[in-house]
Ligand binder design. Structure first.
Ligand code: XBP
Ligand code: MG
Length: 236
C-alpha cells in the first residue's frame, strides 16, 4: 500500500532553474565583482553537476582555474552561494517562479487522501520552504512530513543518499513510496534507493535517459493524471 510520495523540487515542483537559480547565480557573481555569466546553454551543461556550491566549484575548475589559488576557496564559494540563495529568495517573493502545471492539485489530492508527502532535493533547505510559502502558502510546509535538502547528506544526487535519508526519517520502505523526479540524475538517485519513480520532464531534461522510470510524463497535469497513476494498478 502506498504510504508516501517523495517529491524532488527543482524542475519537478517548479521550473526553478533557467529564470530562477541561473538568474540568482548571475546576480551573485555581479555582486561579487565577477565577470562570469552563465547563459542558458552553459547552464544546461553545468546542471549536470548537482548542488549550487558543487556547480560553482566545477565551473571554476573548468572555466576559471586561476581562481583555484584563492585563499579559503571553500568559504568563498559558500559566501558566494549564500548571496545566490538570497537573490533566489527575492525572485520567489516577487512571484517569479510558479509551480508547474498539475503540482498544486496533486499535492492537495495526496494530502486529502492522507498520503504522506516528503521532499528529497539537492537544493538548499531555505529554497524549499521559500518556494512552498510563495506558491502554496505558509501552512503548506507542514503538509510535508520530512524535508530532506541540501547538505544534510554529504553525497548529492545521483547518489541515493538523500532518498535513504528521507525513507529512514519517514520510517517507511522504498516499496511503500513513490518518487517524482524531472531529471536523469534524480531518477538515478531515487531508483538506486529502490523507489518507483514517475518522471515529469522539462526543457532541460526532455532528452535525458529515463530507462527504469515507472512512467515518463510531460507534466503532472491533465490529461495524464499522476494521481490516477499513483493510485492505480501500477502502484495500487
Ligand atoms: C537541483 C540542483 C540544485 C539547484 C540549485 O537538483 O542541482 O543545485 O540547481 O540549488 P535536483 P542550490 O532537482 O536533482 O535536486 O544552489 O541551493 O544547490
Ligand atoms: Mg530536479
Amino acid at each position: 500500500e502506498l504510504r508516501a510520495v517523495l517529491f524532488d523540487v527543482d524542475g519537478t515542483l517548479a521550473d526553478t532553474e533557467q529564470d530562477g537559480h541561473r538568474t540568482a547565480f548571475n546576480a551573485a557573481f555581479k555582486a561579487f565583482g565577477l565577470d562570469w555569466n552563465w547563459n542558458i546553454e552553459l547552464y544546461g551543461e553545468l546542471l549536470l553537476v548537482t548542488g549550487g556550491k558543487e556547480r560553482i566549484r566545477h565551473y571554476i575548475e573548468k572555466y576559471a582555474p586561476h581562481e583555484l589559488n584563492k585563499d579559503k576557496l571553500d568559504s568563498w564559494i559558500a559566501d558566494l552561494h549564500q548571496a545566490k540563495t538570497k537573490y533566489f529568495e527575492i525572485l520567489l517573493e516577487q512571484g517569479e517562479i510558479p509551480l508547474r502545471h498539475g503540482v498544486a492539485r496533486l499535492i492537495h489530492e495526496l494530502h486529502n487522501q492522507k498520503i504522506k508527502l516528503a521532499i528529497a532535493t539537492t537544493t538548499t533547505s531555505e529554497n524549499v520552504t521559500n518556494l512552498l510559502k510563495a506558491t502554496l502558502g505558509e501552512d503548506s510546509i507542514h503538509w510535508f512530513d520530512i524535508i530532506g535538502a541540501g547538505d544534510i547528506v554529504p553525497k548529492k544526487k545521483p547518489a541515493p543518499d538523500i532518498y535513504h535519508w528521507v525513507l529512514d526519517h519517514l520510517e517507511l520502505t522504498a516499496q511503500q513510496c513513490i518518487a517524482i523526479e524531472d531529471s536523469e540524475n534524480g531518477l538515478k538517485s531515487a531508483a538506486s534507493a529502490g523507489l518507483n519513480t514517475i518522471i515529469t520532464v522539462n526543457d532541460y531534461t526532455r532528452s535525458q535517459n529515463f530507462n527504469g522510470a515507472a512512467v515518463v510524463l510531460s507534466d503532472l497535469g491533465s490529461p495524464s493524471r499522476p494521481f490516477d497513476v499513483i493510485m492505480g494498478d501500477t502502484f495500487g
